[in-house]
Ligand binder design. Structure first.
Ligand SMILES: NC(=O)c1ccc[n+]([C@@H]2O[C@H](COP(=O)([O-])OP(=O)(O)OC[C@H]3O[C@@H](n4cnc5c(N)ncnc54)[C@H](O)[C@@H]3O)[C@@H](O)[C@H]2O)c1
Length: 425
């Protein structure tokens, strides 16, 4: 790591990649009109003046545009990766060299480096934490509790992080308020469903170049992410089966036109398996043993725990080889099973994550939530808050306006009708 008076603090792979990073960050920005409008307002109003923001997010072109927005608002920003495989090294370099933001992230960093980077963020004593998966909040609570009092609030990007935070709040262990950005409708309805749906397919295709049409695809989990993946796979001509543990979600999958089956049946049936449950060991030893030769597995849930990789490695007894970039083949006794992106988020590990047009809304929620907690933290308790409805509506309104789409206003008569109780049959 180098720290000089002029270069921000950093540990990135190669600062020489900055020019390419800038080109790609600017390309993403064209698809992020909402964030751009917010940045222009932040430049004028400086709502984050004097606030230190510690972010643990995927280091992508879209995140770079969020970091620029926060800095324009006056914040002092430091960023580490929220996943060792999702870092785009050119983006990390550009943020340091061109945008003056401290970045600690290298693609492929090992576990020790990952946590050293997270600690580098914590060393800056953030007043607002911005997490994707709750790792920074967890670090502060488990290893650096003395700093909890310095944090006015946090924000959390993803479903898995929100689940962890709610568990902490229920145990009385959460030390400061956190806004669950994932719970905003303009986040999960679009990012989790359309963003992950498309980019998961993209990651699988880039890694394997397989034909989806006619393939038997098993989607584990029919939440926002699973729905998006199943819809896009189906759109490309796959036969899609869904495995679920929740009866309502399973019924929904059935009525959306998919086959619903157990994990055991699906293991025998499928050619391509994609997990999106936020749970662990969804496919495990007995399922690997039942899969066909040549089966391909990928995960789009937050952690690399959805496929039981320990069991997979044990079954292969060392017969593991790289067969393509981002694809490992496990020979489990005459049968070859393929794993994409080491079982980590396939859309970020083997592709570029969500398209910028979707992250525009997710990160607009992040920026406006940071502004909100900076102004209101004194009124908040140490619990998990949903994004205020006004922010959600503002993000949708700005997105529609940016797309040149006008909303139909209600007539005065209609507005009175939908709020009255006197009208009957
Ligand atoms: N790849 C990405 O870019 C990306 C984007 C958004 C969210 N995520 C992550 O994807 C995961 C899912 O997010 P979501 O918003 O769809 O969550 P969700 O809670 O809406 O859906 C998860 C679904 O999985 C089901 N499930 C749980 N355990 C299961 C099991 N053992 N077998 C089958 N189904 C099971 C649940 O019943 C639920 O319907 C989370 O880890 C989230 O953090 C990833």
């Amino acid at each position: 790591m180098t720290e000089t008076a002029t270069t921000p603090g950093h540990d990135v792979a190669d600062l020489g990649l900055a020019a390419e990073g800038v080109r790609r960050i600017e390309w993403a920005e064209r698809e992020m009109p909402v964030l751009r409008l917010i940045r222009e307002r932040f430049e004028r109003d400086r709502p984050l003046d004097g606030i230190r923001i510690g972010a643990c997010l995927h280091v992508t072109t879209e995140t770079a545009n969020l970091m620029r927005t926060l800095k324009a608002g006056g914040a002092d920003v430091v960023l580490a990766a929220s996943n060792p495989l999702s870092t785009k090294d050119d983006v990390a370099a550009a943020l340091v060299r061109e945008y003056g933001i401290d970045v600690y992230a290298r693609r492929g960093e090992d576990r020790d480096t990952y946590y050293r980077h997270l600690n580098a963020v914590a060393d800056r004593h953030p007043n607002i934490t911005m997490d994707d998966g709750c790792d920074l909040v967890s670090l502060l609570h488990s290893e650096r509790p003395g700093q909890i009092g310095e944090v006015m609030a946090g924000t959390e990007e993803t479903t898995t992080g929100v689940i962890r935070l709610k568990a902490m709040a229920a145990d009385g262990a959460l030390g400061f308020p956190v806004v669950a950005v994932n719970e905003a409708q303009t986040k999960h309805l679009f990012d989790n469903r359309y963003g992950t749906g498309q980019s998961t397919l993209d990651g699988i295709l880039r890694a394997t170049n397989i034909l989806i049409a006619g393939r038997r695809v098993v989607v584990a989990g029919y939440g926002w992410v699973g729905r998006g993946i199943a819809a896009r796979m189906s759109g490309h001509g796959a036969h899609v089966a869904v495995v679920e543990v929740d009866p309502v979600r399973a019924l929904e999958a059935l009525m959306d036109g998919f086959v619903v089956m157990t994990h055991t049946d699906a293991a025998r049936w499928g050619d391509l398996f994609v997990t999106a449950t936020g749970n662990l060991n969804v496919f495990r030893r007995e399922h690997f043993e039942a899969m066909r030769d040549g089966a391909i597995m990928a995960n789009s849930g937050h952690f690399d725990a959805e496929l039981d990789l320990t069991a997979l490695r044990a079954l292969a007894e060392g017969h593991v080889r790289d067969v393509r970039e981002n694809v490992q083949e496990f020979d489990i006794g005459g049968k070859r099973l393929n794993l994409i992106a080491e079982g980590r988020l396939v859309n970020l590990g083997a592709a570029e994550g969500h398209p910028a047009a979707v992250m525009d809304m997710s990160f607009a929620n992040q920026a406006l939530s940071a502004e909100y907690v900076a102004a209101h933290h004194a009124e908040l308790e140490p619990k998990v808050y949903v994004v205020p409805e006004a922010i959600d509506a503002e993000v949708a309104r700005l997105k529609l306006a940016a797309l040149g789409i006008e909303l139909e206003p209600m007539t005065a008569e209609q507005a009175a009708y939908v709020t009255s109780w006197q009208h009957g049959t």
